[in-house]
Design a protein around this ligand. Structure first.
Ligand code: ZN
Ligand code: ZN
Length: 469
């Protein structure tokens, strides 16, 4: 895949989009604070989803709630005349065990367990702010096209976008844009890994292990044979494949032949089609293991996501615009706050990093998986990151929660909304760029490609976070 170069949105238009983004800062800050103060876990984001959807509705978007049989997913649409459909993804879920106030030292909030340790409250609020700014800019300039905001629940382990993709909600999208909170500013078009997870269960027959072993059929033997075959399989799969497994249950006492054993397996590969092939071979291995041990195998798919498919044109548009947008600047108070927080790091990077744009990350292979992957195989997709966190902060840490609850997080969120809105405005103004992105997309997917969710027909795991609720 070759990298592309494009010019940014012309300055006059850029300044108008930035003015509309600035006008949304109050709405964005309000949403970010509301979500941060009430962090909700995956598929339980009732209030967060309602707040984001209501903000869209108040700006004249038509909102459909509960899409794809996900109670907290929604789609907000606003069309003006002819033109492409530009989708903005908005996440909103928090993580369990990350209670933290907005101070630069470890300080959990009493009585609270959840926290926005991945910054998805900023994610959702900035995407909504960008959508609202674009709608106002369209009204001012008469630019045609549809702005569509996707309220995507349960990114953290629930893969909400997969079920939205399976329901066809991204099928008529021309371009999908998203972002993620970070400790630096960056445009990235990296590949991730497709991932399929499953429980593999063996059902046997229990018996006294010494008195009547011939009566028994050990479910553990089924599991052991399966694990052995999975381990052998690793030698004869394409480069870059990963097969992981852990035993969840293998019996309770050695003098009882176990009638139940269970394993959790995970298959990953950069190409979702190869991940699916390897998974099918594991399913066959489970059948073979059951046959040889006189047990019965049951394979239950849990989550499964596609890898992220980079798009050279979308990445180039985002990179060109991010390069000319105003940089984040902190006040003296914010710097002091950040310096205090950095005392919790061994070797903190310089704070100046928040005022720079990191090198463009194009077509690199990452070792992570994300449900954005499914969107990217359906529509040309691009991502940016902005410094919502103090340099040195990683996702899923208390430091991320802390910065997300104060002005450092909100400034990064504003920068993200600007990057999304200006990039989207360029696609709305230039049909040739949309056509180029679609051409890249077709080439990257290959001839005759048809999207198929790797989860198959499995229902969404709506209760997966309920124990933490
Ligand atoms: Zn996360
Ligand atoms: Zn995240």
């Amino acid at each position: 895949m070759t990298e592309r170069q494009v010019s940014p949105l012309p300055e006059a238009a850029r300044n108008r989009v930035l003015a509309h983004a600035a006008a949304q800062s109050g709405v964005m800050n309000g949403l970010a604070q509301a979500l941060w103060q009430r962090p909700e876990l995956g598929y339980l984001e009732q209030e967060s989803s309602a707040a984001l959807a209501a903000a869209c509705e108040a700006a004249g978007f038509a909102v459909t709630r509960g899409v794809a049989d996900l109670p907290t997913a929604f789609v907000a649409r606003r069309r003006r005349g002819d033109g492409p459909v530009i989708g903005l993804l908005a996440e909103m879920d928090a993580l369990p065990g990350f209670s933290q106030d907005a101070s630069p030292r470890r300080s959990p909030i009493p009585g609270q367990s959840n926290g926005h340790a991945c910054g998805h409250h900023l994610f959702g609020a900035a995407s909504v702010g960008a959508a609202l700014a674009l709608a106002a800019w369209q009204d001012e300039t008469g630019t045609g096209g549809e702005i569509r905001l996707y309220g995507c629940p349960a990114e953290e382990g629930g893969a909400g976008k997969v079920y939205m993709a399976r329901a066809g909600l991204f099928d008529d999208l021309d371009i999908a844009l998203h972002w993620h909170p970070d400790d630096c500013n960056t445009v990235w078009q990296s590949r991730s890994l497709a991932s399929i997870g499953a429980r593999v269960r063996f059902h046997g027959r229990t018996a006294h292990a010494a008195q009547s072993p011939e009566q028994g059929r050990s479910a553990l033997h089924g599991l052991e044979a399966f694990h052995h075959m999975a381990a052998l399989l690793r030698e004869v799969v394409p480069q870059g494949s990963h097969i992981h497994y852990v035993t969840l249950q293998g019996g309770l006492a050695p003098n009882v032949i176990p009638d139940f054993a269970e394993s959790h397996v995970n298959v990953r590969h950069p190409d979702p089609r190869i991940a699916a092939e390897i998974f099918a071979r594991l399913e066959a291995a489970a059948e073979g293991a059951a046959l040889g041990t006189g047990t019965r195998a049951e394979v239950v798919r849990l989550g499964a996501v596609h890898s992220i498919l980079p798009n050279a044109t979308v990445g180039a548009v985002m990179q060109a615009n991010m390069a000319v947008l105003p940089r984040i600047r902190w006040s003296d108070e914010e710097r002091a706050w950040a310096e205090e927080l950095q005392q919790s790091f061994d070797t903190p990077p310089p704070l100046e990093r928040i005022g720079q744009l990191d090198p463009y990350r194009f077509d690199l292979q990452g070792a992570f998986s994300s449900d954005v992957g499914d969107v990217s195989w359906i529509a040309p997709t691009g991502a940016l990151g902005t410094a919502t966190w103090v340099p040195g902060t990683r996702p899923h840490t208390w430091q991320a929660v802390a910065a997300g609850g104060m002005s450092i997080g909100w400034k990064g969120m504003q920068a993200a909304a600007e990057g999304l809105a200006v990039s989207a405005a360029q696609f709305l103004s230039d049909p040739a760029l949309v056509a180029a992105a679609r051409k890249d997309h077709r080439a990257a997917r290959g001839e005759g490609y048809r999207y198929r969710a790797l989860v198959g027909e499995a229902p969404p795991p709506l209760d997966y976070q309920r124990d933490h609720g």
